[in-house]
Ligand binder design. Structure first.
Ligand SMILES: [Zn+2]
Length: 233
């Protein structure tokens, strides 16, 4: 079984089709997921709401894009080889469905925003919508953390002030009551070394993300603040 399924979306600006390969955390078998929920994988991407169109370059919210179709999630229908990309298995479906799937497979992938794009978006109109600002600041947080993941000490030292400014603003925006945001707030507090606050936010995560909650609790109780990778489950 593959972890989730990829959707095909149409850009709201130019209508170009593209594949959204954001990981569904509920089905993340064998995919490397870091404590800030950065996904490191050849196929699956870190979930993000504000993305850039691969054709026209405009930013859009995925929720605003028309959903054109969905690739099957079962390995019985579709196989995936890291080196070769997608490959339809011979036993799959009818000719008409096959032609449509081949069209989906041929479209480019939505690309995640880089640091400059996120910073520019935060300066522009996207920062005017609270939900977009949260999404962009979560992306900024992971991009800052990427320099630590890559052991780029000099880059990290240059970004450290921005990192703290961003997290301060982010924590003021991450209201409690949404378990996903509570989990992320707990991880931010853990990275900042504020372990009681991390445990307090984790107490609000009660129905979802049990695997991640237990890991974050153990790391917080052990006063560990470095970036860590969740055990694959
Ligand atoms: Zn476009």
């Amino acid at each position: 079984m593959r972890p989730g399924s990829a959707r095909v979306l149409a850009c709201p600006h130019c209508q170009a089709w593209q594949r959204c390969q954001a990981l569904d955390f509920s089905y993340r078998q064998q995919v490397e997921v870091w404590s800030d929920l950065r996904v490191v994988h050849a196929f699956w991407h870190t979930p993000a709401e504000v993305v850039a169109c691969g054709a026209c370059g405009s930013l859009f919210r995925k929720a605003d894009a028309e959903r054109v179709g969905r690739l099957p999630s079962s390995v019985d229908e579709l196989d995936f080889r890291m080196k070769d990309g997608w490959r339809l298995l011979p036993r799959f479906g009818k000719a008409r469905e096959l032609a449509l799937l081949e069209r989906y497979l041929a479209v480019p992938t939505i690309l995640p925003l880089d640091l400059a794009a996120v910073e520019a978006a935060l300066r522009l109109s996207h920062a005017g919508h609270p939900e977009d600002e949260i999404d962009l600041r979560l992306q900024l947080w992971r991009l800052h953390n990427d320099t630590r993941r890559r052991h780029q000490g000099a880059s990290w030292r240059r970004l450290e002030g921005d990192f703290h400014d961003n997290l301060g603003r982010l924590l003021s925006l991450l209201a409690t009551g949404d378990e996903f945001l509570d989990l992320l707030a707990a991880e931010i507090y853990r990275e900042l070394g504020q372990f009681p606050a991390a445990l307090q936010r984790l107490a609000r995560v009660q129905t979802l993300y049990g695997h991640e909650k237990v890991a974050l609790m153990n790391w917080s109780l052990a006063a560990r603040r470095e970036l860590l990778i969740y055990a694959r489950g």
